[in-house]
Design a protein around this ligand. Structure first.
Ligand SMILES: *Cc1c(COP(=O)(O)O)cnc(C)c1O
Length: 383
């Protein structure tokens, strides 16, 4: 049986062009050296690769290359941004409030939950569309606020927040702004300067790069202080120690370079695919699309009266996800959907379909056919 992949929001395959560049940084005949080795050409070549990657990643997001700190992924970047900024600045500025949104990724929510006890963490509820509630944000934003963290593109619903407006509000109170951009690169235009961000988290594997590498954008002008969260060789301006993985970093940069070249074309194709899926859902009836103002490649739907588990089991050739976390035996509905006001049952009846660069017309035709067959089949057995 042929399997079709519609879970690009959880990870993407590495683009073959990216894999080719990565393999040039691994073996004896390639640039395998330690980029921190300054005493020989092996190190210099690797260092040149890393600096090319830094410039490439920076230019993709409208940053200065010196603002880019390489990490192991967006989870680490979120930790470094939030914990690092709090450790460096809370005592010094007397600001202890950290504001975030209930629809954020767990790497932001759990990091906030584990800040030191003096942190005054405010988790705002979104509107039923998954967007920032402006009144709630204005009320929460006191002069005591150190940091506001809101992602640009939501990984479960595809909802795009008006991060520039959030930043302007935060700025008016002297607060710093962090945004998790893991899902945004290659999906919508991203410019940290226009968005006026201080900190931004990036990941390679959501954008056809390898898993295990990402970056944190740390604004240098005006300079944002971030305390290191692990000790070692003082790499990356002292913010993130550890030998730089040249192949991973070059892979990330090549993936971002391709994303900036191909994003517009990809978006047009994704929008057409989205349209086909939405038309199929409308025709089936009893299906609600979650979120408003979404990127084209993520479609999150609640299928009235049908649980996601049997629905997915009824279309085994289609790989989608629920966005729910399997906590041992109990299936918990997505915290994102619940915070948008969906009931527990609605949460458990929701699936996320996400397309990618390698998705074909044939794959979409199969998806639509399977969805029709599965939903109609399950409805018949119920009635
Ligand atoms: C995938 C993802 C992360 C985690 O990124 P890793 O690089 O896998 O650590 C964080 N935030 C968002 C929004 C994501 O989609």
């Amino acid at each position: 049986m042929k399997s079709w992949y519609f879970d690009h929001a959880s990870t993407t395959p590495v683009d073959p062009r990216v894999a080719a560049r990565m393999s040039e940084c691994l073996t004896m005949d390639g640039h395998f050296g330690n980029p921190a080795s300054t005493t020989h050409g092996f190190g210099w070549l690797a260092s040149e690769d890393v600096e090319w990657a830094r410039e490439t990643v920076a230019s993709t997001i409208g940053a200065d290359p010196r603002d880019v700190v390489f990490t192991s992924g967006a989870t680490e970047s979120n930790n470094l941004a939030i914990r690092g900024a709090f450790a460096a600045l809370a005592a010094e500025t007397g600001r202890t409030r950290v504001i975030t949104l209930a629809t954020e990724h767990k790497a932001v929510l759990d990091t906030c939950a584990h800040l030191p006890p003096e942190a005054d963490v405010v988790v705002l509820q979104p509107t039923s569309d998954g967007l920032v509630d402006w009144d709630a944000l204005s009320t929460a934003l006191t002069d005591n606020t150190l940091l506001v963290s809101v992602m640009l593109v939501n990984n479960e619903t595809g909802v795009v927040q008006d991060v520039a407006r959030i930043a302007a509000l935060a700025r008016s109170r002297g607060a710093l702004v962090h945004s998790d951009l893991a899902q945004a690169i290659g999906k919508c235009p991203v410019n940290v300067t226009t968005l006026d961000l201080d900190l931004a988290s990036l990941s390679a594997h959501k954008t056809y790069g390898p898993k295990g590498v990402g970056a944190l954008y740390v604004r240098r002008s005006p300079e944002v202080q971030v305390a290191e969260q692990q000790h070692g060789g003082q790499h990356e301006r002292g913010m993130r120690s550890g030998t730089l993985p040249t192949h991973q970093i070059v892979g990330m940069a090549e993936a971002y370079r391709l994303a900036s070249l191909e994003a517009e074309q990809d978006a047009i194709r994704m929008a057409a695919y989205r349209q086909q899926v939405l038309e199929c859902c409308a025709e089936l009836g009893g299906i609600k699309v979650n979120g408003r103002h979404c990127v084209p490649h993520i479609v999150n739907v609640t299928v009235d009266g049908i649980d996601a588990e049997p629905l997915m089991a009824a279309m085994p050739e289609i790989a989608v996800s629920t966005g729910s976390a399997c906590n041992s035996a109990t299936l918990e509905p997505s915290h994102v959907l619940q915070s948008m006001g969906l009931s527990r049952q609605e949460g458990l009846s929701s699936i996320r379909i996400s397309f990618g660069r390698m998705t074909t017309d044939e794959a979409i035709a199969s998806l639509v056919a399977c969805l029709r067959r599965a939903v109609n089949g399950l409805r018949e057995t119920r009635s």
